[in-house]
Design a protein around this ligand. Structure first.
Ligand SMILES: [Fe+2]
Ligand SMILES: [Fe+2]
Length: 340
């Protein structure tokens, strides 16, 4: 085995530059664990959707996935970092709870999602399908890579917290996300293949540095819900809302890839999701949510919250992308990972 092969197997991302005192403080502790972590008061005062808080949370969360180059794996559950993580989460969660309707039923939360809107002005998938240029598809994929290169991973954390029908159905959907037993069919791998067609760097975490807070927040939400058992209802609501909206969105993105000649793997990632997610949507709504609420009916408002918070953050990301692209500007932060 050559050194290059070994390197490719075990390459963790580099820590990105900080974006304020919280993320600087977290990055400092990760590289020099003897330093004191930033105080929790900074978290309570920070913009809950801002770059500094979202990056600080993202850095702490990555310790639960793949970590960072040069950062001790053991910091994942370092008790000195937990109060800060909790404070960042509470700030983020508190903002989400204030920004989405409270106490909705599952039917209310999913009613609007199940009917594709006829007003497409706020849809990046519609925009990309009809007028997207290759550079915009590349930016879209670069930002989505933060999640898709770990597609399905945070949802696995909910499995021990489910029972019976909900557990069996959740595992069945995850089995597809993880390639149904074939490494080359892992959805994360299909996304890496898409990135290669688009000429992007497929290294895990490569585009973290250029991802604005509005994109980090969508990924942080999944991790937050995945890691907290108390929010298992919201995790399932999140998953269901993604599956419900994925099939029509994927059809548009597949068309965008075809129209721009992005390449066969770029098309395939989305064509695969048109069919797979039409089935996943049914299984998640009927059996995962249905099974969970049969066991734990008191979680219904949490399921609705998970779906509503997802839509809220996705709408913010959509507005950011479309504002930038309609102005002919990049939607990415400037940095060496810039795809332009
Ligand atoms: Fe998938
Ligand atoms: Fe899916």
């Amino acid at each position: 085995m050559t050194a290059t092969t070994t390197d490719r197997r075990r390459t963790e991302p580099a820590l990105p530059p900080p974006r304020g005192p919280l993320s600087a403080g977290v990055a400092a502790v990760l590289t020099a664990p003897h330093l004191p972590p930033p105080g929790v008061s900074g978290a309570a005062a920070a913009d809950p959707y801002g770059d500094d808080l979202q990056l600080a949370l993202y850095l702490l969360y990555e310790l639960h996935y793949r970590g960072f180059d040069g950062v001790d794996d053991d910091l994942e559950w370092d008790p000195r970092l937990q109060p800060l993580r909790r404070a960042l989460e509470e700030r983020f969660l508190g903002a989400l709870r204030a920004d989405v309707p409270a106490g909705r039923s599952v039917e209310e939360a999913f009613g609007e999602l199940l009917v594709e809107s006829t007003d497409h002005r706020g849809s990046p998938a519609y925009y990309l399908e009809h007028e997207g240029e290759l550079w915009q598809l590349r930016e879209y994929a670069a930002l989505r890579s933060l999640y898709h290169l770990k597609e399905g991973d945070p949802h696995v954390w909910v499995i021990p917290r489910l029972r019976g029908r909900a557990k069996a159905a959740m595992v069945a959907v995850e089995y597809d996300e993880f390639g149904a037993g074939r490494a080359e069919h892992l959805h994360a791998q299909l996304f890496a293949d898409l990135m290669e067609d688009l000429g992007l760097d497929t290294a895990y975490g490569h585009y973290l540095e250029v991802a604005p807070a509005v994109a980090l927040a969508t990924v942080n939400l999944i991790t937050l819900l995945g890691l907290r058992r108390a929010l298992r209802g919201a995790l399932v609501g999140h998953f269901a809302s993604v599956e419900v909206t994925s099939s029509p969105g994927s059809r548009r993105l597949a068309e965008a890839m075809r129209r721009t000649g992005a390449g066969p793997a770029a098309e395939r990632f989305y064509t695969e999701h048109v069919e797979a997610d039409a089935v996943h949507e049914q299984v998640v709504r009927n059996d995962v949510i249905g099974g969970m609420l049969a066991d734990e009916p008191h979680l219904e408002a949490d399921v609705a919250f998970g779906a509503d918070a997802t839509v809220f953050l996705e709408d913010r990301l959509a507005a950011h992308l479309l504002d930038a692209w309609r102005d002919g500007r990049s939607a990415l932060r400037a940095g060496p990972g810039h795809t332009g």
